[in-house]
Design a binder for this molecule. Sequence first.
Ligand SMILES: *Cc1c(COP(=O)(O)O)cnc(C)c1O
Length: 422
Amino acid sequence: MKIETKCIQSGYTPQNGESRVLPITQSTTFKYESTEQMGRLFDLEENGYFYTRLANPTNDAVAAKIADLEGGVAGMLTSSGQAACFYSIFNICQAGEHFICSSTVYGGTFNLFGVTMKKLGIDVTFVDPDASEEELAAAFKENTKAMFGETIANPALVVLDIEKWAKVAHAHHVPLIIDNTFATPINCRPIEWGADIVVHSTTKYMDGHATVVGGAIIDSGNFDWEAAGKYPCLTTPDESYHGVVYTKQFGNTAYIMKATAQVMRDLGSIPSPHNSFLLNLGLETLFLRMERHCQNAQAVAEFLSGHDKIEWVKYCGLPGDKYYELAQKYLPKGSCGVISFGVKGGRAAAVRFMDSLKLAAIVTHVADARTSVLHPASHTHRQMNDEELAAAGVTPDLIRFSVGIENVQDIIEDIDQALQNA
Ligand SMILES: *Cc1c(COP(=O)(O)O)cnc(C)c1O
């Protein structure tokens, strides 16, 4: 199936006489006839549902759809993108260990990795996403267990050279984890470029309607945990789960099975089945929406770059943008609907501009059907000092503008009138 078809058809195939639309199994539990069968389910010896924290038919169908869209072998949903990012590392990295992360990742991820996970004893080194192979290699330590980056950084709009990062990760026998939230599998499938694990905040384009916070983790099935020789958590018995050896019992889905049977079992950030149903509605139109987001954003970026009240514009679809060439390689169909720019007059002009917008709403959100706008230095990134802001690629005048799927002329007229007031 082509990707448009997968958006509609993957994950759920009704049998004769069953509900045409993915049903919401809004139940915490599942009933069995015998004690013995329930026991086999707990031992992971038999497939079946027993408790929604571990598996639920609605959640699983949507996870399977996203896994198919990304070209992975297995997936799981989480109740937020933050949980997905945390689990993706915590599943293979414990106290006393280390991982490497791009310094331009989303502010929430930056805090999670740099502050909260450090409190758990998991160390991170943030590196320049544009670093050379040698510089990336230099960040490795004895105990490094993963590399992490974003296809398109939120909100810095840095395009990651995924192939280069994958090459360095694999040379050191660790997996590359890619947060593909902004590109979505419609515009980039990181697994095709060597990524091993893909994570999402489904809250953004995948849901697309700003209704449901959620996340997903997808396993490519390509990383050889046994050959790497440094993941006893996957290759030796898990005493907390009847001594199961994940790689032995589950082969190339070991990573997701462990994330479910151990990390989700203990930490429990599962989405409500009702939320997964809503996410699935969003996924059905993802292809159409991404196409329009990208068309509109390209037109808005071109309008801004020719405007005399604009200091600078960042959008990797603009020839001359620092990431134009990388975007042509990794995002040939378009990148996303998010643009960043600076209004002449700095921070004060940015605030006047934002307060003058009528159609575009000031919201702590990005990447949904409605055009929205945010000032990272005073909103999402306000915990960071100037040095951290600079490393994250966020200047004090940066406006993050999320172009929706309204009529593009309406969006441009709104920006134009607001610029007159800035
Ligand atoms: C929003 C976002 C997250 C966090 O996701 P939530 O769903 O808000 O928890 C992680 N990564 C990226 C790139 C994001 O844009």
